[in-house]
Design a protein around this ligand. Structure first.
Ligand code: IVH
Length: 628
């Protein structure tokens, strides 16, 4: 029967889409391109509009289907949503550990799970017979608000889960909704353009977005979620917290990444390591959460009225200090962005002397009304550059003039521009010496061309004396030119000449990164170098072709085309080529057999993982794209 056929196809499509959602969001290993995904979704929408009676609230097409509400219903939690006790140093962690040991009994070594503490807002999602039936905010811990329609717009939240295979009919999971940083900046720029107050931080912004009465607006916000625990289930507990996380992940939930440690010593070691090797994440993390792994122990430890006794937060220190603003100067970045920076009376914060703090942009300075001469509170959180938190009002003290953004570039005097919808003012003069200096530092950086001995003091002089206007000018410098520079001994001049010579063979990928093309970071540069093999090939590519390469995307593609489309940039590349800069990727046992061929990898491969297939194809000169 025809109707049965449609029903079957609808069901098949839903299962398929759900599987790809889980692969994409929970496991971070998509098997199909966005385009193929859209095609599945399109087909499902088509069928559902032909047969509206077959549309169900848990269909992936129904993510943005809630009505605009007048207010939210209350949502009482089955068990209270507690908060975590905070620790700020190793001593406090040991105190926590000693309490754990004392409460459990004799044991000395306890296994702990360490997770990131996501700075967003806690929510509880309830599933019945595998279907999402309610999503609620934490509220006061006992009762929150029913924000189901809004939560359903977050694509990483599965609408249905295969929990029955673990014998679960009712499941409540808990997690943290967060906002991504890139989207936050755009959102705030838009708010300012619309005359609205910008959100102070990612957490407020996520909370505000989740409490909107119109789910269609929530859907447009860059929200994500990490699920970190089970609040309730009608099944006996899993033995360990890692097992809980693994099961949740297998149901399609995005679980926070976690590490299992055998003792508190190991936990502390991990934290120390983190301090020296911080990777910026695209969302805010304000510390770690350390949890006892054994659920039997967790039960035995129980909770106080406020906190569980089996988990604790280790918060990154955000130490504050009071100081005075001596001056506000405007810095010109590599791409011409102007950043107001405060020069401060030096003050000790978290063990180091701070004499400068960023004020981000004009709107920030206005909002905080920071003026020269003001007494301010500054803050240093984790790895972040210190920032000015607020002005301390001292009654009776006269204040300076409100800050005014300069009309012209502080360096080259070109009138500044502000692109509509963006917060930053920019100097659009490509020859601006301040930008040139930044670009040259970037070019010479360790991760780029790795030119030793080309420090800021030398770059400043080379630019100020007009000796270097382009990257290629660097390679034309002779010993006798360098000898003219201040504090440049003959030996150091020779070192620099040698380092420049050596950098010529840094490699095509490094060169691509060094050129400072907008959006082309180290990773994109490496992918492009692998895919195209040489500058000549890359110069021939158009935006469409570039955009289809895995990990490149339309933004980077357009930026490359814009960059290579400029005559001035093509000429510079030609000059670099003539000076002997390597513009070819290293040929890694490339037989060239697959040269010029495109490959799309989908589905599960039988004989090898997709990652190794990808490497093998690239090694033979083939190119991986997301669609043909
Ligand atoms: S476990 C009983 N794990 O931090 C509380 N919480 O002040 C168990 N949070 O309310 C919470 N990331 O909203 C846990 N990986 C994580 C977390 C996390 C963020 C939030 C959560 C909680 C608050 C604690």
């Amino acid at each position: 029967m025809a109707s049965d056929k449609a029903k079957k196809e609808i069901e098949k499509l839903r299962t398929e889409i759900q599987r790809h959602d889980a692969l994409y969001y929970a496991e971070d290993r998509p098997e199909i391109s966005d385009r193929e995904y859209d095609r599945l979704m399109q087909r499902l929408k088509e069928l559902e509009s032909e047969r509206p009676e077959l549309t169900t609230p848990d269909s992936p097409t129904q993510r943005v289907a809630g009505q605009v509400q007048e207010k939210f219903k209350g949502a009482k939690h089955r068990a209270p949503m507690l908060s975590l006790d905070n620790t700020y140093n190793v001593d406090e962690l040991w105190e926590f550990h000693n309490r754990v040991i004392k409460n459990i009994g004799a044991e000395n070594e306890i296994e702990y799970v360490v997770e990131n503490k996501i700075d967003g807002l806690g929510v509880a999602l309830t599933y019945k017979d595998g279907r999402l039936i309610r999503g609620a905010t934490r509220g006061d811990g006992v009762q929150g608000e029913d924000v189901t329609a809004n939560l359903k717009t977050i694509k990483s939240i599965p609408l249905t889960i295969p929990s029955e295979r673990e014998g679960i009919r009712e499941l409540e999971v808990r997690g943290e909704v967060y906002m991504r940083r890139d989207g936050f900046e755009k959102l705030n720029a838009q708010r300012i353009a619309d005359g609205l107050t910008p959100f102070a931080n990612l957490r407020n912004s996520a909370a505000g977005s989740l409490r909107l009465l119109d789910p269609a607006i929530t859907a447009s916000r860059p929200l994500g979620i990490f699920i970190y625990n089970i609040g309730y289930m009608d099944r006996e507990p899993f033995a360990a917290h890692v097992e809980v996380l693994e099961k949740l992940k297998s149901f399609g939930f995005p679980a926070n990444s976690w590490t299992l440690r055998k003792s508190l010593d190991q936990v502390i070691e991990l934290i120390e390591q983190w301090k020296t090797n911080k990777e910026p994440l695209p969302y805010d993390v304000d510390g770690f959460v350390i949890k006892v792994n054994s659920t039997k122990y967790q039960e035995k430890l129980g909770s106080t009225a406020k906190h569980p006794r089996w988990a604790v937060a280790y918060k990154f220190e955000t130490e504050q200090a009071q100081t005075k603003i001596l001056d506000i100067v405007c810095q010109v970045g590599r791409t011409g962005t102007i950043t107001p920076v405060a020069n401060l009376e030096p003050v000790l914060v978290s063990g180091s002397t701070v004499s400068r703090a960023t004020l981000h942009n004009e709107d920030e300075v206005r909002r905080k009304d920071v003026r020269v001469g003001d007494t301010v509170i500054i803050e240093k959180a984790g790895e972040v550059i210190p920032k000015v938190v607020k002005v301390v009002e001292i009654s009776g003290q006269a204040r300076g003039e409100p800050f005014a953004m300069p009309k012209d570039c502080p360096e080259c005097k070109t009138p500044l521009h502000r692109v509509e919808g963006e917060v930053a003012w920019r100097c659009v003069n490509a020859a601006c010496p301040a930008q040139l200096k930044e670009r040259l530092w970037h070019f010479a950086a360790r991760k780029a061309m790795d030119v030793d001995h080309l420090g800021p003091a030398i770059v400043d002089q080379l630019v100020d004396k007009g000796m270097v206007k382009t990257f290629s000018d660097l390679y034309k410098l002779k010993l006798e030119n360098l000898a003219e520079l201040e504090r440049m001994a003959e030996k150091s001049a020779q070192n620099l000449v040698d380092a420049l010579e050596k950098s010529k063979t840094a490699g095509f990928d490094r060169l691509l990164f060094a050129l400072g093309i907008r959006l082309v970071g180290q990773r994109a540069a490496a992918v492009l170098a692998q895919s195209y093999g040489s500058m000549d090939n890359l110069l021939k590519a158009d935006a469409e072709e570039l955009g289809e390469i895995m990990e490149i995307g339309p933004g980077i593609a357009q930026s490359l085309v814009d960059f290579f489309g400029e005559e001035i940039n093509r000429e510079e590349i030609q000059r670099l080529r003539e000076l002997g800069i390597v513009m070819q990727a290293e040929v890694r046992e490339n037989s060239g057999k697959l040269e010029g061929k495109q490959f799309v990898l989908t589905g599960t491969l039988e004989s090898m993982s997709r990652e190794s297939a990808k490497e093998k194809i690239q090694a033979q000169g083939g190119r991986i794209t997301t669609s043909v």
